[in-house]
Ligand binder design. Sequence first.
Ligand code: ADP
Length: 216
Amino acid sequence: MTGIELSEITASFGGERVLGPLSFAVTPGEQVALVGKSGAGKSTLMRLIYQQSNGGATLIPQDLGLVHALPVFHNVYMAQLNRHPTWYNVCTLVRPFQRERREIMPLLEQLGINEKQWAPVASLSGGQRQRVAIARALYRNSGMLLADEPVSALDGPMAHTVMALLQESYQTSIVALHDIELALRYSHRIIGIQDGRIALDEPSARLSEADILPLY
Ligand code: ADP
């Protein structure tokens, strides 16, 4: 388990400051929800945290980062590319081994996309693609999780299923969410971002929807 400590970080685009300076630490075992309206700076913050983690984090970016020409299976397998020699990865590209098939299939089943296992990602809907990116993160299951709006394209029950799976797999996480109910239910701590600054930082158990709404 790893955490992260950020000290006086800032981000600018075209000379305009969009984030910071802000500081905070996430300790191992802490599950944090990042909330705030569109444009507040959540994605920018997420990217900075990922850069500072030096590969010690698993990222679900908002654009998902999938290889559209490859099947679902291979996109998920990619999470563990660096755990195998090159020859093994090349063989898997042509004909996956039983071992990985047995590991990946249950993940796809839990997410309701097992029937799409051999379909190229390009042929999937937005919600199905999002579930492929989630399966890839579950398969990696290493370090801290950084997820940027991971359930934005999923319906209610599936959003809850996914949040529960992520919470179970990753003891330490920072998840950007626009759904306040999900944020309150699946985190220990809520950090609210407003105009690139921290406007709220409290244990979730002490907050209600009414405390968070002013950020929007
Ligand atoms: P959020 O994730 O909370 O919606 P972002 O981090 O995406 O917010 O954006 C924060 C601010 O930075 C916004 O004002 C946005 O317009 C600006 N911004 C983000 N990415 C870029 C970029 N590549 N170029 C210019 N401005 C950007």
